[in-house]
Design a protein. Structure first.
Lengths: 506, 338
């Protein structure tokens, strides 16, 4: 047994910095993992947890700093090198090959060959896989196709694969997110068992109770920095939340007090099985409603349902008192809704097209005379929104792919404003956008609200939500857990509603 | 009406292709004395007209991200029925209308299956390529259609203002196709569906409708091409249109239309078809075995695709600079937090 006293340093990251264009994702982050330790990593969305584990797993190369494995510096240029060194990452949705069997997945990438000839050594693969699965007390056959397994059993296959790679460091990125309580218990049992075998585990979870249940150490991250590492016995939940927040909202957000007008959008008991519900909320003219929740809380799903992408199973939506039946984006646009999607390149822009063609895409009807697109009208429409949004482009005929992230986002925003919506749903409008463009987008949002638009602002950036919203609605695991006025919404009060805990039900 | 600018007509790819084509013409005018005569050049246009007419529809299909490999079989069925009708003595206009109708019907079936059946285009048209070909054999009983009346073959052989009618039809179809693709709402939707299907859907574009229509147009124009073909050759063989789809797709791809969808042009496709016509003409004039044609066309296709993917890659590079954390395929695609 390698319990207390015998811990030795297994894997460390020292003063890691990593910048992406416009964002410093990690600043001098240091982190130490001992063998036989379960070490939780916590922080808000965007605090840098994912970037840190990507550096540790060889996905990103750090700009500066050092990663050491058992005291020896390592430089992983590729995830495969980290894997070979004994570092395995298990994602929430493990990267398995669904059509292959468990044994084929466990041996993916390094299949054993028979001594003679080229054929795979099937008996060996099956035998080793069975042994690994037995060791994990898993009731899975090595020859079962992975697509027949539950989410929990897929996690176990991923763990077996890691063990087969002789993993000494296991990084688990929100492994419990899609598991039931019993499955979580079983996973924790496996984690504790691996710990006694000297494996070091980095455990990322948004659920506080899990952290206290399974981890002995906890490292808190905020804004790309490590705030500190603590024994879980020495801290409590509220202290951790305070550490995660820890900063002032500041004067970054140009929200000006506005007049909230008549009721625009009413959503009542909206439900989509397996995703969210029942969800009820209202948006008034001139109001910015912030919708906050941790990753996976169901915010984007609600937005997509409102916009007709995944029609609801149940519930009612009314616009200005009139009931709406929305089953497609076409109908949603007709009803006065606009949706700025989370992934602007995947969903918001047609990259081979020009700025002008993107802006007019949702309103082609308005710039067509008879059957033909009126190019002059289209160009003047585009020019109007280019100047309104302050899009930096050589001209309307510039290919949109060549613009910066912030300007691309302004093109998407311009496209939706051109459709003259009544309610604008913004899903992560400033993600991946540099600070300057961010402030500019915030100013536009504020101005739009003043012009009478209702805005639903979905964001993982808590200061943004607090800074911009008249009202904050908080979601957790598909349900609305609370609604706070601008005055009542603070980092603590919002995070308290957003983090799962089984405590104050009363 | 819209202003049409030169640069709207001629993008990077079209200009590139035009320059290569002009270079080839220059070389040939020296190497092959007969090449630069009007009868020869107009002959090239007439020779490529059948393929080029289908290529206009195929361009639209490929821009949406689809493909239509059944056009050879559509050509065969349409040519057969048009030929039989002409032989039976229907009027010229009725024959043309019949060709359009049959092509549109067969293309429409493809479109329904792709758009509303949600079956991949390559599978649908692979199946209908075989089915339509089979229908052709059943209807023809394996017999050729010969001895078409002169009023009908005149369509394929009459001169008008120095060009034969098939070349005029090709040019007319190209202009209409260009206009629809670049100047109409439908055309814009075609590019949007191929450029970013999710984005097009979110912008309220009715994707199935667009997919259905491009296959319909592809069939319709192939029906027209069949009429031109029948009139020009004056007979319909049993194996009409075998391998035709490959020539049509080759013209479109050489013309710079991306096989991944989202970009391409009618001008390009017409230039691509002419290019292939010039190459085969050159082989004849230079007395090189026609066997070489396949090799040359293959190289042309590869060249065009390599150019397309390098343009695409440079575009993607411009994008990834601005998108945080983009590392291409190496990055696990959890992508939720950056």
């Amino acid at each position: 047994m390698a319990e207390a006293g015998e811990h030795k340093v297994l894997f460390e990251a020292e003063k890691i910095s990593k910048a992406f264009p416009g964002v410093r994702a990690l600043k001098n982050a240091s982190f130490t993992l001992n063998s036989g330790e379960i070490h939780a990593l916590v922080g808000e969305n965007g605090a840098g947890k994912s970037t840190l584990i990507k550096v540790l797993a060889g996905v990103h190369t750090p700009d500066s700093g050092q990663v050491r494995l058992e005291g020896k510096p390592v430089h992983f240029g590729h995830p495969v090198e980290a894997l070979a060194a004994g570092i395995s990452v298990i994602y929430q949705e493990p990267n398995l090959f669904p059509d292959l069997t468990v044994a084929e997945n466990v041996f993916a990438g390094h299949y054993p060959r028979r001594k003679l000839g080229l054929a795979l050594d099937w008996p060996e693969m099956t035998r080793v896989t069975q042994r690994l699965l037995d060791g994990l007390a898993a009731d899975i056959g090595p020859l079962t196709p992975v697509n027949r397994l539950s989410a929990a059993n897929r996690q176990i296959v991923a763990i077996a694969r890691a063990l087969n790679m002789k993993a000494r460091v296991l990084i688990m990125d929100e492994p419990t997110a899609s598991l039931s309580d019993r499955e979580i218990e079983r996973l924790f049992g496996i984690m504790r068992q691996l710990r006694t075998q000297g494996v070091g585990i980095i455990f990322i979870s948004h659920r506080m109770d899990e952290i206290f249940q399974v981890a002995s150490q906890v490292t808190v991250m905020r804004d790309g920095e490590v705030v500190g590492t603590f024994l879980t016995q020495a801290v409590d939940r509220d202290q951790l939340i305070a550490l995660m927040v820890g900063r002032g909202v500041g004067q970054l957000y140009p929200k000006t007090p506005g007049v909230t007008g008549d009721l625009l959008l009413e959503v009542e008991n909206l439900r989509l099985k397996g995703h969210f519900g029942p969800v009820s909320l209202t948006v008034h003219r001139g109001e910015i409603v912030g919708l906050f929740g941790l990753v996976g809380a169901g915010r984007s799903e609600v937005a997509q349902t409102l916009f007709g992408i995944t029609p609801a199973e149940d519930g009612e939506v009314r616009m200005e008192g009139k009931p709406l039946a929305i089953h497609s984006p076409t109908q949603a646009i007709g009803a006065g809704l606009a949706y700025l999607p989370e992934d602007r390149q995947m969903q918001g822009l047609v990259l081979p097209m020009t700025v002008m063609e993107n802006i007019s895409l949702a309103v082609l009807r308005a710039v067509t005379r008879g059957r033909w697109v009126d190019r002059a009208g289209e160009e003047s429409l585009a020019e109007r929104y280019i100047s309104l949004m302050g899009i930096k482009t050589p001209g309307p005929r510039q290919a949109v792919a060549a613009l910066s992230g912030g300007n691309q986002q302004k093109v998407v925003l311009g496209k939706w404003l051109a459709s003259r919506p009544k309610v604008l749903i913004l899903d992560e409008p400033t993600r991946g956008v540099d600070v300057g463009a961010k402030a500019e987008i915030h100013r536009h949002i504020d101005r739009l609200a003043h012009e009478g638009l209702g805005v639903i602002l979905i964001s993982s950036d808590l200061p943004e939500v607090l800074g911009m919203s008249d009202r904050v609605v908080v979601m957790r695991e598909g349900r609305i857990t609370g609604e706070l006025s601008r005055e009542a919404a603070t980092q603590e009060s919002v995070l308290r509603l957003a983090f799962s805990d089984t405590v104050p039900a009363a | 009406m819209a202003r049409v600018r030169w640069r709207d007509l001629m993008g990077v790819r079209e200009v590139g292709l035009l320059l290569v084509l002009l270079g080839l013409v220059l070389v040939l005018s020296v190497a092959a004395p007969g090449f630069l005569s009007w009868p020869n050049l107009s002959g090239v246009l007439v020779n490529v007209s059948v393929v080029a007419i289908s290529a206009v529809g195929m361009t639209m299909v490929i821009i949406t991200g689809g493909i239509d490999i059944s056009v050879g079989s559509i050509l065969a069925v349409s040519a057969l029925l048009v030929g039989q009708a002409a032989k039976a003595g229907t009027g010229l206009w009725q024959a043309i209308a019949l060709g359009l109708l049959i092509g549109a019907a067969l293309g429409g079936i493809n479109g329904l299956l792709v758009a509303y059946g949600r079956i991949p285009a390559i599978i649908v048209t692979l199946a209908t390529m075989s089915t339509y070909r089979g229908i052709n054999f059943i209807l023809s009983h394996g017999a050729w259609v010969v001895g078409l009346p002169p009023y009908f073959t005149a369509l394929g052989q009459t001169n008008f203002l120095g060009l034969q009618i098939p070349a005029w039809i090709m040019l007319g179809v190209a202009v209409i196709g260009w206009y629809i693709l670049t100047q109409t709402r439908f055309g814009r939707s075609v590019y949007a569906v191929g450029g970013n299907m999710q984005g097009a859907y979110l912008a309220g574009i009715k994707i199935p409708r667009v997919q259905f229509l491009v296959f319909l147009v592809s069939g319709l124009l192939t029906g027209l091409a069949a009429t031109v073909y029948t009139a020009r050759f004056g007979l319909v063989q049993i194996n009409t249109g075998m391998g035709y789809e490959l020539n049509v797709i080759a013209a479109v791809v050489i013309g710079g239309t991306s096989i991944m969808g989202g970009s391409g042009s009618i001008q390009g496709a017409i230039l691509g078809a002419i290019f292939m016509g010039v190459v085969s003409n050159a082989l004849v004039l230079l007395r090189i075995s026609a066997f070489w044609q396949g090799v040359v066309v293959g190289i042309l296709i590869l060249g065009a695709v390599i150019m397309d993917s390098s343009i695409r890659a440079s575009m993607l590079r411009a994008v990834s600079i601005h998108s945080i954390g983009y590392r291409g395929a190496a990055e696990p695609t959890d992508g939720r937090e950056r």
